[in-house]
Design a protein. Structure first.
Ligand code: AMP
Length: 281
């Protein structure tokens, strides 16, 4: 497995592979890898000839009050996990090789980013789309792998790729959970034992949403039920609990073809998100 920190090196390695006819898959991450990330690398391994994982804690997607400084950095272990998952190349750039100090260009998805996560984290998605655009330009992949865990993010990336005629196939992989149902996240390590127990209300609420949907409850009823469930746990602060159109993240209408329940909360100082696609009878 190659480990490279310079964009120019990555570009030339990937170019050489492409010339040999390899299908290139990329898995963008911020490191502190867990089984959720590994599932993306494994999916890429199954579907591509040459798999690139990127590990970059991207400063531009953190607001000044967020956890950029204390975001977990576990590079040695991450590299072992990438090796075990049979990744071919890991790209671990420095901030200085990703961003010129006088950079002026950003990529913005204008509408989809205004909703849900975008309300609480207004700078976030522009940071994500700009860095993912740059990672796509360095790695020039055929396929890129993202987790359903960040549901809005994968929609925003799909929108960007479509709007900019990128021709990259975006693959969304299922949420990997701990055995008790908590969605895996690099931020789970911030949770105290009590926080961790309280955070399980997210999974309970999503399961309840699934039951209600299969009993033909409407979106509004499900929303108010899951809101009530989450608010009943004292130390969990609700940001949003919505049941919306899974393509546009707007209220469900008759033309909605797929519906998703999306949750965001704060447990202690840690912000957690989770979601589930709902199947209505
Ligand atoms: P991050 O390192 O948090 O930026 O995540 C990198 C990628 O891994 C994103 O596409 C996430 O959606 C995905 N991911 C994070 N957690 C999980 C999980 N529990 N299951 C599946 N994918 C995940």
């Amino acid at each position: 497995m190659l480990v490279e920190c310079l964009p120019s090196e990555v570009r030339s390695v990937v170019n050489a592979e492409r010339k040999k006819g390899a299908v290139i898959g990329v898995v963008p991450t911020m490191g502190a890898l867990h089984a959720g990330h590994v599932s993306l690398i494994e999916a890429a391994r199954r579907e591509c000839d040459f798999v690139v994982t990127t590990i970059f804690v991207n400063p531009t997607q953190f607001a000044p009050n967020e956890d950029l400084q204390k975001y977990p950095r576990t590079l040695d272990r991450d590299l072992e996990m990438c090796r075990d998952a049979r990744c071919d190349l890991v790209f671990t750039p420095e901030v200085s090789s990703m961003y010129l100090s006088d950079a002026e260009t950003v990529v913005t998805v204008t509408e989809l980013t205004q909703r849900l996560e975008g309300r609480t984290r207004p700078e976030h998605f522009q940071g994500v789309t700009t860095v993912v655009a740059k990672l796509f330009n360095v790695t020039v992949p055929d396929k890129a792998y993202f987790g359903q865990k960040d549901f809005q993010q994968q929609l925003v990336i799909r929108r960007m790729v479509q709007d900019l005629d990128w021709g990259i196939e975006i693959v969304t992989c299922p949420i990997v959970r701990e055995s008790d149902g908590l969605a895996m996240s690099s931020r789970n390590r911030y949770l105290s034992d009590d926080d961790r127990q309280n955070a399980l209300v997210l999974f309970r609420a999503l399961n309840h949403a699934t039951e209600l949907a299969s009993a033909s409850a409407d979106a509004e009823t499900i929303e108010s039920e899951i809101t009530r469930m989450i608010q009943s746990v004292d130390s969990v602060e609700l940001d949003y609990a919505v049941v919306v159109d899974a393509e546009k993240l707007t209220p469900v209408t008759e033309s909605t073809s797929s519906i998703v329940a999306l949750l965001a909360v704060k447990v202690g100082n840690t912000r957690l998100i989770d979601n589930q696609i709902l199947c209505f009878q």
